[in-house]
Design a protein around this ligand. Sequence first.
Ligand code: ATP
Length: 325
Amino acid sequence: ISKIAVLTSGGDAPGMNPCIRAVVRTGIYHNLQVVGIRQGYQGLIDNNMYDMTTRSVSNILNLGGTILKTARCIPFKSDEGMEIAYKHLKEHGIDGLVVIGGDGTFTGALRFSRKFPDISVIGVPGTIDNDLYGSTYTLGFDTATNTVIEAIDKIRDTADAHDRLFFIEVMGRDSGAIALRAGISCGAEAILLPERATAIDNLIENLKAGQFNKKSSSIVIVAEGDKTGGAYELAEAVRNEIKFYDVKVTILGHLQRGGSPSAFDRILGSRLGYAAVNALIKGETQKMVGLEANHIKLTGLEEALNQHQFKLEEDLMEMSEILSI
Ligand code: ATP
């Protein structure tokens, strides 16, 4: 390996910048040339890349988003798109690639690397959803959860002052990871997750019990992908049944993706970026670097994608219900 490239792809996640910084500086430390590719796989197709130096990544540890920009790139899904990407990489003499993103990004990386095995590829799990196999935590999840907690604490103040019931929708189309942890951290009265079915009757019973227990406010956290319906539908369904609370809805939306990465995500990003370059130097390819039991672990991209069904911790789910009585 003599020249490596780094890109961020799919949804942006806080912690991507510390990871880019680690890739660049670890590469340069090992006398590799490092190229930054803008806008994910789109930058490979458009030949939108630039040489990076240790100074290209100064003062970015604290920045949310990604200095390389990210994109969802349809042309890369076609053989022709991949061939153009390969041609550009070869023209630049690049023989190693670090891709930071989620499962879509890894799917593309694995296909590409099978087609063109002379370019080694290592994936870094970067997604706020925390839903990848092979790493207990993904980049951005901790920061996003903290952002959600900060917002819900503020909503709790007004909910309490007015005896309100809030349905708060948080990100997570397939994964309730943010909802579950934020719910435990904020003492939500109920947490609705894509991973488990919630009967509306039970939800109403629980909320009535809360009123009986003299709770002055109620917060229900709804993950985007919850099968019961979105926060608005749920609010509508319980409004007629629950007269003692004024029912409100807040959709937190994209603010969950932004913000300065937490200490945890800065360190995780640094560790994973550092490990990704070391893996390339050792001759690894088609692998993902992850953190398991506080140790760096390499998992085959194929295995990571096949085992994709991420399970939420049963004990957290059980505990959250008991602690909200
Ligand atoms: P997030 O979890 O935040 O959504 P992601 O990496 O899963 O991140 P996607 O939009 O699914 O985000 O994928 C990112 C990019 O990966 C796509 O825009 C596309 O360029 C590439 N990609 C996804 N699937 C494939 C595929 N089957 N073949 C080639 N490239 C793919």
